[in-house]
Design a protein around this ligand. Structure first.
Ligand SMILES: CC(C)(COP(=O)(O)OP(=O)(O)OC[C@H]1O[C@@H](n2cnc3c(N)ncnc32)[C@H](O)[C@@H]1OP(=O)(O)O)[C@@H](O)C(=O)NCCC(=O)NCCS
Length: 147
């Protein structure tokens, strides 16, 4: 089946974003705070997933990557990650970080490598995701990107 993928900005107040993240047990407490950029991925007009980005100069936090449960396993997770990374490139970001508890191999396959959490940049470690919302057991991953 041919695909028509489309990434569009979505507000942190979006009800589908909130519900999909909650259903996946991902953090939602800070969705409406400033500095958050969220996107929804559609395929032929069907909403299939979401991703988010917090930009801190050359560093960014990739967050809230989630695919609607019935659409998982069809490459949408990889697609939304790569399309959100394209957004980061457009903003001059050089290194993208993320925290994850369970999806480590998923992100490794997309070019992210685990880094010592304590050695991450202050801007990333001070995000609400890193400082309070994600469990201390969440691993920090990084990927250098090029424009
Ligand atoms: C992780 C997630 C975004 C992947 O979405 P997806 O559309 O199924 O991903 P893709 O189809 O692009 O890739 C599927 C591959 O990733 C693997 N994968 C999916 N979820 C995974 C996870 N939690 N951990 C490790 N690998 C995972 C699948 O096994 C599959 O591998 P295969 O191709 O060898 O069969 C989706 O499972 C999800 O929304 N999970 C809940 C939220 C979450 O954990 N987000 C990440 C933290 S921010």
């Amino acid at each position: 089946m041919s695909r028509q993928l489309d990434l569009q900005p979505v507000a942190g107040t979006d009800g589908d974003l909130l519900a999909t993240l909650q259903a996946a047990s991902l953090p939602t407490d800070d969705l409406t705070e400033s500095g958050r950029n969220f996107f929804q991925l559609s395929d032929q007009g069907r909403k299939v997933g979401f991703g988010g980005l917090e930009i801190y100069g050359q560093h960014a936090l990739l967050r809230s990557v989630v695919v609607v449960p019935e659409h998982r396993g069809h490459g949408y997770g990889a697609a939304v990650t790569n399309l959100v990374l394209d957004q980061a490139i457009g903003h001059g970001v050089r290194t993208v970080y993320l925290l994850t508890v369970s999806a480590t191999s998923f992100f490794q396959r997309l070019g992210f490598a685990q880094v010592d959490r304590a050695a991450g940049p202050a801007a990333i470690l001070q995000t609400r995701q890193a400082a309070s919302l994600c469990p201390a057991s969440a691993a920090l991953f990084a990927r250098t990107i090029k424009g």
